[in-house]
Design a protein around this ligand. Structure first.
Ligand code: FAD
Ligand code: MLT
Ligand code: ZN
Length: 565
């Protein structure tokens, strides 16, 4: 279970220094004295941010197998166009008996709502993190080995039982929960770290290892997991690969398509695909493991992962800026790349709306005294604190001198560093506390990126849906994201999910993106949320090839049905 950390205010503020004041300063060192105090972090203590991301929810009891309930919050009720595929068998006590025989009687291996009452235990597996989707699953299976996964899938394939693989259930597109009565195959018990090579940095682990656990294991050995994200306390490596999660440092460490060296996966017919290579280079034919990265559980179950982990940086700095316009954010990014080059490890964007909402939820003091339309968080990670500080100082000086940045603060120690990060990482959770969120995770050429937020806000306001009082479903339209990757998170924070809001947003948002050759799914995947919209980012030839791959790996279609493919 993830741990909760309050959002605490930043303690020190960077001295406000206008360009005229700068002229009066005799030396750079004086001007940015604060910047000198780079965080010298030991490998084990660096950047351990931790969020509660898995909320237990008390849902009402679910219906008997195969019967949809007419409750408003079931996915099948909200989206009546989704129909249960009648080819799939309904679960019977005989099926359950088979799984009990395979996994044992222990409650930790199976949750059975078919032959008994288990609504409360099933509830967290049926409902997604956003509480937007809710399924009717009656059986959760928790295998503890690849062999058990193989036996389960073979049986499901032979008996036409549909399956949803589930990791930490932190996915944001409804891909990790069933729509109807699919069996949930939960990887949480496959949580062993199997190997680590301290010379090469290659980690081999089971798919159910929690990301933060893997990172802490690596920290003790001077390494870092090449992926970091706000849900790290709950999400699992198998889920990370299956969504091809991007996270906060993709800018530095690249995508999982590059860092993953090998995968072990089980196909629906029970075949174990052993591609668990530890090799950095391996050009022997098609790179089949890549198909599992980003497949969202539609072609098989990832059971093991081999991944290349970088050396953990010895020094980290985090700066948080206020900026007057999106143009200035772009300038700051350009300067950061140019001046910080190899030590730049994150460049994140937040608008005032997103920060105001965190502040409203947490009640904590904002990092800067004034408010600005935009904020950027910059992180550097390097091996030499003095060298990094010097570079960062020069950068800070130049962006202040040029008037690119209006105000800023620099973390003075590990606590402040983590605190500053919460103003970026904490947005998702804060929005979740306020009600329903319509989330769009998109890639657009940088120059046009923020325009989407403004155009969407205008559209929602013109539809009469945006306002400060309870009669308006929409509270705010905000934007934040991984500016370093041209990845915007457009979020529409609502007081309650409302079909009228969805109609105003979709397909408007997707059309807007397609017109600019963007991607409708930069990092979260398609899941159920974007099922209808894949055509806005992929042409018919590509969708056709994807369908052929799906047909080849999963001819009976039992893997995560009703989702994007
Ligand atoms: P789940 O949610 O359980 O599953 C996700 C998908 O993968 C589903 O389709 C599921 O069927 C499939 N799946 C899971 N495990 C397996 C397996 N072993 N084999 C086959 N298929 C499997 N995402 C980002 O990319 N970047 C971010 O910065 C980011 N930040 C987040 C912050 C918060 C607070 C939250 C709640 C979510 C965030 N996410 C982010 C989204 C989410 O955390 C990631 O998508 C994560 O990788 C999902 O991992 P999981 O284990 O929770 O997978
Ligand atoms: C993030 O970058 O914070 C995550 O992708 C989650 C979100 O989009 O809210
Ligand atoms: Zn993100």
């Amino acid at each position: 279970m993830a741990c909760r950390q309050p959002l605490t205010p930043v303690l020190r503020q960077l001295a406000r220094t206008t360009s005229s004041e700068l002229g009066r300063q005799s030396s750079r060192a004086q001007t940015f004295a604060l910047a000198r105090r780079a965080t010298k972090a030991s490998a084990a203590s660096t950047s351990r941010r931790c969020f509660s991301t898995t909320r237990q929810r008390a849902l009402k009891s679910t219906a008997p197998t195969c019967q949809a309930q007419s409750k408003d919050d079931f996915t099948s009720t909200k989206y009546p166009e989704l129909k249960r595929d009648e080819r799939f068998a309904c679960l019977t006590p005989d099926h359950v008996a088979y799984f009990r025989g395979l996994l044992g009687e222990s409650g930790s291996a199976l949750i059975d709502g078919v032959t008994g009452e288990a609504a409360a235990d099933l509830a967290p597996f049926n409902s997604d993190w956003m509480r937007k989707y809710r399924g009717h699953c009656q059986l959760v299976l928790k295998p503890s080995s690849t062999e058990e996964v193989s036996e389960i899938l073979k049986y499901c394939n032979d008996n036409l039982l549909a399956v949803v693989p589930q990791g930490g259930n932190t996915g944001l597109v409804g891909g990790s929960v069933p729509v109807f009565d699919e069996i949930v195959l939960s990887l949480g018990r496959m949580n062993q770290i199997l190997e680590f090579d301290e010379v090469s940095g290659t980690l081999v682990a089971e798919a159910g290892v929690i990301l933060e656990v893997a990172d802490q294991y690596l920290a003790e050995r001077g390494y870092i997991f090449p992926l970091d994200l706000g849900a790290k306390g709950s999400c699992q490596l198998g889920g990370n690969l299956s969504t091809n999660a991007g996270g906060l440092r993709l800018l530095r460490y690249g995508s999982l398509h590059g860092t993953v060296l090998g995968v072990e996966a089980v196909l629906p017919d029970g075949t174990v695909v052993d591609d668990l290579s530890r090799l950095r280079k391996n050009n022997t034919g098609y790179d089949l493991k890549q198909l599992f990265i980003g497949a969202e559980g539609t072609i098989g179950v990832i059971t093991k992962v081999s991944i290349q982990c970088p050396q953990r940086p010895a020094a980290q700095n985090v700066a948080f800026f206020g900026l007057e316009s999106y143009e200035q954010c772009q300038r700051a990014f350009r300067e950061a790349k140019g001046q910080l080059s190899e030590i730049l490890s994150a460049f994140e964007l937040m608008d005032e709306g997103s920060q105001a909402l965190i502040s409203q939820v947490t009640g904590t003091k904002r990092p800067l005294e004034s408010t600005y339309p935009f904020y950027c968080l910059i992180e550097t990670s390097g091996s030499n604190a003095d060298h990094d500080s010097e570079k960062l100082q020069a950068f800070l000086e130049s962006v202040m001198e040029e008037g690119v940045v209006a105000d800023g603060t620099l973390a003075q120690d590990e606590t402040q560093l983590r605190s500053l990060w919460t103003w970026r990482e904490g947005i998702t959770e804060a929005l979740g506390h306020l009600g329903g969120v319509y989330k769009y995770d998109v890639s657009i050429p940088l120059a046009q990126m923020y325009q989407l937020v403004e155009d969407t806000r205008t559209r929602v306001a013109e539809a009469g849906l945006l306002g400060d009082t309870d009669e308006y479903p929409v509270r705010a339209v905000v934007g934040y994201g991984h500016m370093g990757d041209s990845n915007l998170h457009l979020n529409i924070s609502t007081r309650r999910f409302d079909a009228r809001v969805e109609e105003v947003l979709e397909p408007f948002v997707y059309e807007w993106i397609a017109e600019r050759q963007g991607s409708i799914s930069a990092e979260h995947g398609l899941g159920l949320a974007k099922k209808k919209y894949i055509g806005y980012s992929r042409n018919p030839t590509m969708v056709g090839l994807m369908k052929q791959i799906k047909g080849l790996y999963d001819p009976k279609g039992i893997m995560n049905p009703y989702k994007y493919i």
